[in-house]
Design a protein around this ligand. Structure first.
Ligand code: ADP
Length: 399
């Protein structure tokens, strides 16, 4: 079964064609800057590569046409016709409280995505464009979707309710939803498989640390708490997002500093986090470079705050889970930054957490066990693969 996985952003389409018979990645790429003067097209397969070709692509439909025509091109392509694509799997973002599982895309799903636009004003309209483009280009091809919020629908009320007047939940659906669900689910399942354990028997804490970052407490395969909230702004410190702050701060900024709602929104989402605290970059590689080469104090402080926040969340989730068997690091930062993992896990021997420093310092692209033999808690690095998870879910739903 060949599945085209699409991740549609407001001006981009990331795609992978995966042969699910052997989980082989046949082709992948991205179109960026859709609708701008010059769009950029990237494509990679064993047979043919395009690196950032400049083109004019006005909308998602044209973008999808370009992807399809390249995939089926007689010389450069890797399939002979559209019929060789058995299904499309979409990365979708917000379904509110409507779905706790992946879905086959129906009119009802489209309605739900439209209803939830107010909860994800940037992402849901882009996801809708992707679904519409596939319906137009491949009307007979089944489409499935994996919502980022779905995996966290298992959270109990005590974890998802904010202590606001209850009508804001009942009437406006203001509550914690959580994101990165596909990644948290994928790496927790991978851990169970690697350890040859039943996921139902494991208490897992997953740290997804990329540009966006979130952490989840997973009990027996079900998410029981997660750090992102109504939006992806809550929780850990991120590349440019502030994460947890006193909720009175935005009010203070508006009332006392005279900033507009849009300015505050922009500061909290785009100018805070690593970028804001360090004044250097949102990119953790640049921050660690500054620390290692120049002992830059602002970089050291930002890095310390980043790690301390993760440590605090791990502690609170150990309490929520009443113990932990496995702590997983994933995402660009979680997978590639040993110094950061060491700082997060330092001085946690009270919990029986003991990092194997030698193993932690190695770089491999595979799953790695990072804890010592004696450690009560297993520490693992697991490369995430949200596209493969979406393809696996699509295959499961259609089989
Ligand atoms: P996104 O949330 O955009 O998917 P990623 O998971 O790619 O983000 O993570 C990006 C972050 O990971 C950046 O801060 C980057 O510095 C850091 N990083 C460290 N090493 C690598 C690497 N080898 N490849 C990609 N990102 C890396």
């Amino acid at each position: 079964m060949r599945i085209l996985v699409l991740n549609c952003g407001s001006s981009s389409i990331k795609y992978q064609l995966i042969d699910m018979d052997d989980q082989n990645l046949m082709a992948e790429g991205i179109i960026e800057r859709i609708g701008e003067n010059i769009a950029l097209f990237t494509y990679k397969s064993d047979k043919y590569t395009v690196r950032k070709q400049e083109l004019q692509i006005d909308n998602h439909e044209n973008g999808l046409s370009l992807i399809i025509s390249t995939l089926i091109d007689e010389d450069k392509g890797i399939i002979s016709s559209l019929d060789d694509i058995d299904a499309v799997g979409h990365r979708l973002v917000h379904a509110g409280e409507n779905y706790a599982d992946s879905v086959v895309v129906t009119d009802h799903v489209v309605e739900v995505m439209k209803e939830c636009v107010s909860l994800a004003p940037l992402h849901n309209p882009a996801n809708l464009k992707g679904v519409e483009a596939v319906s137009a280009a491949m009307p007979d091809c089944p489409q499935c979707g994996v919502f980022d919020t779905a995996f966290h629908q298992s959270m109990p009320e005590k974890a998802y309710l904010y202590a606001l007047p209850l009508e804001f939940y009942h009437e406006n659906k203001i509550r914690r939803y959580g994101f990165h669900g596909t990644s948290h689910k994928y790496v927790s399942l991978k851990a169970a498989e690697y350890l040859d354990e039943n996921i139902e028997d494991l208490k897992i804490i997953t740290c997804h640390l990329g540009n966006g970052a979130s952490i989840s407490a997973i009990d027996g395969g079900k998410s029981i708490d997660t750090s992102m909230g109504l939006t992806p702004l809550e929780g850990l410190m991120m590349g440019t997002r502030c994460g947890d702050i006193d909720p009175a701060i935005p009010i203070y900024m508006e009332r006392r500093l005279g900033l507009s709602v849009d300015e505050v929104n922009n500061i909290l989402n785009k100018k805070s986090g690593m970028l804001g605290l360090s004044g250097i970059s949102n990119d953790m590689r640049e921050i660690e470079d500054e620390i290692l080469k120049h002992n830059n104090p602002a970089a050291i402080t930002a890095h310390d705050v980043y790690c301390y926040r993760i440590k605090k969340y791990i502690g609170s989730y150990v309490a929520a889970l009443n113990g932990v068997d496995v702590i997983i690091f994933t995402g660009g930062i979680g997978e590639n930054m040993p110094i950061l993992r060491e700082l997060v896990l330092r001085d946690m021997d009270y919990f029986g957490i003991e990092l194997n420093e030698e193993e932690n310092a190695k770089f491999t692209g595979d799953i790695q066990m990072l804890s010592t033999e004696a450690s009560k808690v297993k520490i693992m690095k697991i490369p995430t693969n949200e596209e493969l998870m979406i393809a696996m879910e699509t295959k499961r739903l259609l089989s």
